[in-house]
Design a protein. Sequence first.
Lengths: 226, 126, 293
Amino acid sequence: MRREKRILKMVWEDLWVGLGLVLILCAAQFIRSSQWNLERVRELAVSSFSSGLIIVSSATLPLMIYSRYSAQEPLKIFMGYTRKKVFWDMQLVKLLSAFFIALISGASVVFGSWPLASLEDLGMVFWGFVLMMLVQGITELLTILYLKTRKQWIALIAIIASCGVIGGFVGYNTTAVINEKDFSGIQISFLFLQEAPILWLMFSVAVCCLMGYFSWKLLKNLEIRI
Amino acid sequence: MQELLNQEKSIYLQIREMIEQDILRDILLEEERVPSTNELAKLYAINPATAAKGVNLLVDEGILYKKRGIGMFVASGAKEAIRKKRRERFFENYVKGMLTEAANLGISKEELIEMIAWEQGGNENE
Amino acid sequence: MSEKILRAKGIVKKYGKQEVLHNIDLTLEPGKIYGLIGRNGAGKTTLLSILSAQNPAASGEICLGEEPVWENPGALQHIFFSREISPNGAADSSGLKVKDYLEMAEAYLPKWDKKMAEKLVELFHLDRKKKTMKLSKGMLSMLSIVLALASKADFTFLDEPVSGLDVVAREQFYRLLLEEFTETGRTFVISTHIIEEAADLFEEVIFLHEGRILLKENTQELLEHCIYVSGRAEEVDQAVQGKELHHQETLGRSKGVMVRLREGETLEKTEGITLQPVNLQKVFVALCGGEAG
């Protein structure tokens, strides 16, 4: 399989893990609720696949990164693939996955508030993209750190954190389903970000680059033990 | 050829001796093809280079010759050449040791000759 | 097939403050089977992983031909280190199944021979669907053997390939190895503890002792140069004067010692002393046994 195909395959896997989970939650809500009409479907879909998708993916994407870096990627290096290629492949995967999820989320928002697409909501999607990049970057760094040092607690943090987020989200929405409340995701107000968007953006980019830098520094001389 | 290798001597020397033995016993006839080094290596589970070393000794001595692209063959006159070589080594390989051991045991020269005559005589009567 | 030479120059490896490999120089030529022999902890696995760019060295360089090997796909495609797959693998590799390894190999090893791999998997009765953490030690060894042989790499390294295998499986492996070698002439470096069994397979042996290469010699030549001398102590001493001695043992009036002859040296075969050949295992124990002399 050529390199590009491999990258796209990983992106595809990332998308489906997130989408799959959201779909399940969505379906659960739908089945639970007693209102079976088109309007309801639309509302549900929109709220699930806009903010819901982003929140869920912010947990599933890191999990994928952890799983890859701890099993598949070392095996690739073991078989002659360079660390450099592994790193850059992963950067591309992170970017594309976050991008496509943001795209789907954005499409959901547009679909939901058609024809009045709110710029604010789309802004949220953008920050969702940033969030996903940050979260993936942290997990990448932590996982590589774990590979380097083999200290169990690092892996534990990564797992617990993402499980915690998924668990919290699923739990919150399950109770919502049970109580027949709206699946609105968590309407965390990130409005403060809109006050100085450029600054926050630059800050996020800087953090991502910094994490990437340290990840590479740790990866480039990594010892492989399978 | 299917003898076992032992630890007494270098393997490649043993390979050489086995091939010589087979030639003497008419298991390998003159102008006949000898197993290749790879075949020997696989048969005895040894490195082909080691097998080659043994075979090459025989090539150097003219007992085997190489036919390009086909393999190793027993040279004509090989049997006689091996016999001659072994006769020259007979004293060194067998007699000397026998005499040393006899001396260790205090067996006299006369006793030795008696032993030989007795053994030979016994054989003739069979 | 590549005719390039794999060279290690000045390799130093540290773990923390401790230096485990001290200035190693090693040349591996194409078309040979090498035996890498050393005690536990001598550094065999470390050396092999550095040679194959699995681990970085603190200093020194590994080159294939003229090119450095580190992170160099052009060179790396010719080298494969099939190390022992541990059941409690690093991180989460233990969750991978046999077929995952095989699929990965097919995707990333450019010379992978799928037919051969399948034939070997069947021969060894490996269950493709089983996770590595559920495999026995013997099965894990067989998996790494499959990977090694089917990789068709010009330089293939095997680390203790027969650990966990019963004697019949070991013989099977030696046969497969020889067959592959005679057919392709690939270079194999095999590290092992079970010295005598494999000794006949090695064209050259490398003794690794406490992070240093003690010797690298043609096996047959080494064995020809090592002779065990025994007999009356005085006569033995006289015969071995000036020679390199190892592992002297005295019992009453008799003495036994292993002599390692240098180029051109000979031993006088006098009465009163017995000269015996020494097998590779005994040579190794004598030289690396850790005793003085």
